[in-house]
Design a binder for this molecule. Structure first.
Ligand SMILES: Nc1ncnc2c1ncn2[C@@H]1O[C@H](COP(=O)(O)OP(=O)(O)OP(=O)(O)O)[C@@H](O)[C@H]1O
Ligand SMILES: [Mg+2]
Length: 331
C-alpha cells in the first residue's frame, strides 16, 4: 500500500499538522460523477428491496431528515475524541456506548465517526452494513456540501448516525488528517455531539481529532505498559498544546487480580482516573453480538460504569456533578 503522506513525527518532534485544507475543485467533477453513479446504484438496490417482498426481511429503519443545528444560542457542541496510547484497550467499546448513551439523552443529535482509518470496526460493533463510509464522506463533493455529506451518513435505529470506516484499509489510508478535520467541523455544524473513535497512538488522524475536540476520553488498560503509554501521551499532548479543554480518563478492564490498584495506575499516569469499567465477559459478548451494552439495557457493573461516563457529557447533569474528577473504586 502506498503511503504518500509523511508521518507527523519528524526528528523525534511531533509537528502539528496544517489544517483548513479542503479538497480542491479539480476532483469535483469526478466526485459528482461518482456520486451520481452511487445514487443510481442505491436507487436500484432500493427498488430491488421493494420488489423482493420478503416477509422475513428485518424492518428497515427510516430516520427523519437530518436538521442542521445552526447557530442556536446556548447549545454547546461537544466534539469527543476517544483515544489511547495502546491498542485493544476499549476505545471502540467506549465510543460506541457513548453514542448509544448520548442518543438516549439527545436523539438524532449524535454522530459517531470511525477515524481508525485502516482497521476501524465501528460498523461491526454496531451490526451496521453501511452503504457509504469515511472515504465517501471526505470527497470534494461532500466536503463542499453538507447536504451531500448527510446522504453519506449511516443511521442506527438507536437514534444516532455514524460515519463508518472503509472496508478497505488502502481506501481508508488515503483519507488525510486535514480531510478528517474538515469533516469534523462540518459534522459539528449539524450535530450536538460528535464522537470520534481513533486508532491507537498519536497518528495524524488521532491528532486531527484531538485538535478539533472539546473533550478527550483517554482509555487505559489495567497494565503497566498501558499506564506508561498514557502518561507519555498526556505529556506529549500537553507539550504541543493539543490537550482538549476537558479530559476524562477511563480505566478499562479494571479488576482486583492484575496485581495493580487504581491508585497504582493514577500514580503512573499522574492524573486521576474518572471512570473504572470492570473486566467482564458481558462486554466481550456485546462486541461479538454487535450490540453495545447500553443498547441492550441489561443492568451490570460494566453498563453502570459506561452510564456514568455518559453522564459526564449530559449538560443537565453537569450542574449537579460537583467536582469534575472524583476517586473511583473497583468493586
Ligand atoms: N471491560 C471489558 N471487559 C472485557 N472485555 C472487554 C472490556 N472492554 C473491552 N473488551 C473487549 O476487548 C476487545 C477490544 O475492545 P475494543 O475493540 O473496544 O478496543 P480498541 O481499543 O478499540 O481496540 P483497537 O485498538 O484494536 O481499535 C473487544 O473484544 C471488547 O469486547
Ligand atoms: Mg477500536
Amino acid at each position: 500500500m502506498s503511503r504518500p503522506r509523511l508521518s507527523p513525527w519528524r526528528n523525534g518532534v511531533l509537528e502539528r499538522p496544517e489544517r483548513d485544507t479542503v479538497p480542491g475543485d479539480a476532483d469535483l467533477d469526478a466526485d459528482l460523477e461518482a456520486l451520481a453513479a452511487a445514487e443510481m446504484e442505491d436507487d436500484a438496490a432500493t427498488d430491488n428491496r421493494e420488489t423482493a417482498d420478503d416477509p422475513c426481511a428485518p424492518p428497515t429503519f427510516v430516520p427523519p431528515p437530518i436538521d442542521t443545528l445552526g447557530e442556536v444560542a446556548g447549545i454547546p457542541r461537544q466534539i469527543i475524541a476517544v483515544v489511547a496510547a495502546k491498542g485493544g484497550v476499549g476505545k471502540t467499546t467506549v465510543a460506541t456506548n457513548l453514542a448509544v448513551g448520548l442518543a438516549k439523552q439527545a436523539p438524532l443529535s449524535v454522530v459517531l465517526v470511525d477515524a481508525d482509518v485502516q482497521f476501524g470496526d465501528v460498523a461491526t460493533a454496531l451490526s451496521l452494513t453501511p452503504g457509504h463510509s469515511l472515504p465517501d464522506a471526505v470527497t470534494a463533493v461532500a466536503a463542499n456540501d453538507s447536504m451531500v455529506l448527510k446522504a453519506y451518513l449511516t443511521p442506527h435505529s438507536g437514534g444516532y448516525y455514524t460515519v463508518c470506516g472503509s472496508d478497505s484499509p488502502a481506501d481508508g489510508d488515503r483519507v488525510t488528517g486535514e480531510q478528517l478535520s474538515h469533516l469534523i467541523r462540518q459534522l459539528a455544524e449539524i450535530f450536538r455531539f460528535v464522537i470520534i473513535d481513533t486508532a491507537p497512538g498519536l497518528g495524524e488522524h488521532a491528532l486531527a481529532a484531538l485538535e478539533s475536540a472539546t473533550d478527550a476520553v483517554f482509555v487505559c488498560g489495567m497494565s503497566v505498559p498501558s499506564a506508561r503509554g498514557l502518561r507519555k501521551e498526556l505529556a506529549v499532548l500537553t507539550g504541543i498544546g493539543l490537550m482538549p479543554q476537558s479530559r476524562h480518563v477511563v480505566l478499562n478492564f479494571a479488576d482486583r487480580v492484575s496485581g495493580l490498584s487504581v491508585r497504582d495506575i493514577e500514580a503512573t499516569i499522574g492524573v486521576p482516573v474518572d471512570i473504572a469499567v470492570p473486566r467482564s465477559s458481558v462486554v466481550t459478548l456485546s462486541t461479538n453480538r454487535g450490540i453495545p451494552l447500553l443498547q441492550d439495557g441489561n443492568r451490570n457493573p460494566a453498563s453502570a460504569a459506561l452510564t456514568e461516563l455518559v453522564r459526564r457529557f449530559d449538560p443537565s447533569a453537569s450542574l449537579k456533578r460537583g467536582r469534575l474528577h472524583r476517586r473511583v473504586v473497583v468493586a
